[in-house]
Design a protein around this ligand. Structure first.
Ligand SMILES: *Cc1c(COP(=O)(O)O)cnc(C)c1O
Length: 392
């Protein structure tokens, strides 16, 4: 397929796979090894001097993982990708590599919780960290400092689904010589391509939609060659969040059905949102399907599709009521994460975390919902009966 103009579907199904190399098998082999050997010592020395380009040791480069990395880089329109053993592995390796004492990192709105805590932890190495909450991207400018090295945001954010003007963030960052970094897990590379708008670094938790079956942990970073090489050399090699070959193979398999799963879930989310908007106990539905005005404009500009993670704000802030809805669900299961086959419900109010909710600007009546691969009708019925339990 040389010279082919690869579209997303072709990348997921065929890119960087060469059946002839492995007996004509239609799926690539799982190269389940920890190391590679060499015919001569010269060859070994050459490989160890250029570990990024060679198969030497599997906390470096593995051929199965390379197939996945090539596909992810191509899907995001980036030069290179590096895959890690988890999303946090990718995020912490990236920040650890790029930041040094005296630098400043600016977090915008709700960046993934553990990533926010990690960024604040870097203060012990004298990296300054600020978390700002803004409505419009231009409002971040006063918070940018001469030493700001990274501006890190999520759009949509995974609690409130709040969108930011990506091009505006890029413009501000460039003017101040800072790098932009975004977490594109919600959209997947199929529904948003931030690098196209000038963002420098994209990270993913592949544990979510890309894996797609709630059975594999992984993460990825995609950027220019020079940046990914540096992250490989420092954060990947020394922090050691390497992925195993079998996990990479599961992700290659996940990519095969990603588009079909997302399309099914997009149809489901339309129906479920329709019901939620009508329920008297739901004050607000946070999902691009429900946006109007500026948020709708941003969704139209940056997203080519909507995935099935959303949140609702109940017409109550009482912990007892929030809990009652979660407990009453029969199909939606209580649990963290998302992107798999199973629908999940997760209130953010734990009854003992008011301070956190205030800090993170999360309403006490907020419930996150993930719509899996069950039928829309079953999910609607389940949510209806659960919400009816708190009907006034
Ligand atoms: C889950 C998640 C992460 C972290 O990924 P892990 O694979 O759990 O380490 C990062 N960002 C977002 C948006 C996530 O949902």
């Amino acid at each position: 397929m040389a010279g082919k103009n690869w579209n997303d579907a072709a990348i997921c199904q065929h890119y960087f796979e060469d059946n002839k190399q492995y007996y004509g098998a239609v799926t690539p082999p799982i190269v389940q090894t920890t190391l590679f050997t060499f015919d001569t010592f010269d060859e070994f020395v050459n490989a160890s001097n250029h570990e990024r380009e060679n198969h030497l040791y599997c906390r470096g480069v593995n051929p199965t993982t390379e197939i996945l990395e090539k596909k992810l880089a191509m899907l995001e329109g980036g030069e290179q990708a590096k895959v890690f053993g988890s999303g946090m592995g990718a995020i912490s390796a990236t920040l650890f590599t790029l930041l040094k004492a005296g630098d400043h990192i600016l977090l915008v709105n709700n960046v993934y919780g553990p990533a926010t805590i990690y960024s604040k932890t870097l203060e012990k190495f004298h990296v300054e960290c600020t978390n700002v909450f803004v409505e419009e991207a231009e409002e971040i400018e006063p918070y940018v400092r001469p030493n700001t090295k990274v501006i890190y945001y999520e759009s949509p954010s995974t609690q409130m689904m709040y969108l930011l003007d990506v091009e505006k963030i890029v413009e501000i960052a460039r003017r101040h010589h800072a790098l932009t970094m975004t977490d594109n897990t919600w959209s997947t590379p199929l529904y948003q391509k931030p690098l196209k708008y000038g963002v420098d670094i994209v990270v993913h938790s592949c544990t979510k939609y890309i894996g797609g079956h709630s059975d594999v942990m992984a993460g990825a970073v995609i950027s220019r060659r020079e940046i990914v090489d540096k992250i490989f050399e420092i954060g990947h090699q020394f922090q050691g969040a390497a992925i195993g070959p079998f996990e990479s193979w599961l992700l290659i398999r996940g990519l095969r059905s990603l588009e079909a799963r997302l399309e099914h879930q997009a149809r489901t989310v339309e129906k479920v949102v329709g019901m939620l908007k009508e329920h008297p106990m739901v004050k607000q539905v946070n999902h691009p399907l429900c946006f109007s005005g500026r948020q709708k404009e941003l969704a139209d500009k940056y997203l080519t599709g909507y995935t099935s993670l959303l949140s609702i704000e109940l017409d109550t802030t009482a912990y007892e009521e929030v809990k009652k809805v979660a407990d009453a669900c029969e199909i939606f299961q209580i649990g963290v994460s998302w992107g798999g086959f199973e629908s999940l419900i997760l209130p953010q109010n734990h009854g003992d975390n008011e301070e956190y909710l205030n800090q993170a600007h999360i309403p006490a009546g907020l419930i996150r919902l993930y719509l899996g691969m069950e039928s829309a009708e079953d999910l609607i019925q389940d949510l209806n009966q659960a919400l009816d339990k708190i009907r006034k």
